[in-house]
Write a protein that binds this ligand. Structure first.
Ligand SMILES: O=C(O)CCC(=O)C(=O)O
Ligand SMILES: [Fe+2]
Length: 218
């Protein structure tokens, strides 16, 4: 359901912070004009957006943890956002489809990549509701949290310093979260234990893995 991934090395984090420092940020309502809950800033600078989203996208497609957990069919270009003191993003589910030049992307999986040090700001955790449980993520620079887009989540108000993250949305080859997680778990166990199993049992396990993919992969 939820996965933390070490996505970026220090060099990539530095490069993204430099791009953010030199880029123009505008009111995040530019992409959600009717939102009553969004109160942040987002990068609005074509060149900076292109350079930063390329660094982030490359890191995502080269990261086995990310790929094996999210099964991306498409990844929206990641966007850097910033929260100054007083800013927050109130409780919401992510919209089901977002427009992209190549056509609409269905949001199955959402992702936040933390870019600055959690010690540099107070507040600003990503809070995700899971039934009556509450999960809070405020991670080290370069770490990404991947979570289902339908969950209700918010960015808690920043009360000191600045929160700098990149966000993106993923259309998954396995849209259903339960099916996606079952295949992920099965693949993990097969990868970790397959060579310890009797070969004929591993063959049977592979048959199940392949058939579930045929049934559930879109
Ligand atoms: O900044 C975050 O961690 C999440 C932002 C968010 O929920 C969104 O952009 O939809
Ligand atoms: Fe969101």
């Amino acid at each position: 359901m939820f996965k933390l991934v070490q996505l970026l090395d220090d060099g990539a984090v530095r490069a993204l912070r430099d791009i953010a420092a030199g880029g123009q940020f505008v009111d995040g309502k530019i992409s959600n004009p009717h939102s009553k809950v969004k109160n942040n800033l987002q990068l609005h600078d074509a060149n900076a957006y292109e350079r930063s989203s390329k660094i982030l996208l490359e890191a995502m497609v080269q990261n086995p943890d990310f790929m094996e957990f999210a099964f991306p069919a498409r990844i929206a270009p990641p966007l850097m956002t910033r929260y100054a003191p007083g800013m927050h993003y109130g409780l919401h589910p992510d919209t089901a489809y977002i427009p992209l030049p190549e056509g609409q992307l269905r949001t199955d999986v959402s992702c936040t990549v933390f870019l600055n040090d959690p010690a540099d700001y107070d507040g600003g955790a990503l809070h995700v509701q899971l039934g009556s449980a509450d999960l809070r993520f405020k991670e080290a620079p370069g770490v990404a949290i991947i979570y289902p887009s339908h969950t209700l989540h918010e960015v808690e108000p920043v009360t000191r310093g600045e929160r700098l993250v990149a966000i993106t949305f993923i259309q998954s080859l396995i849209p259903d979260v339960q099916q996606r997680n079952l295949i992920y778990e099965l693949n993990e166990v097969a990868a970790l234990e397959g060579l310890n199993m009797a070969p004929e049992n591993y063959t049977r396990l592979q048959a199940v893995q392949y058939q579930l993919l045929r049934m559930w992969r879109r």
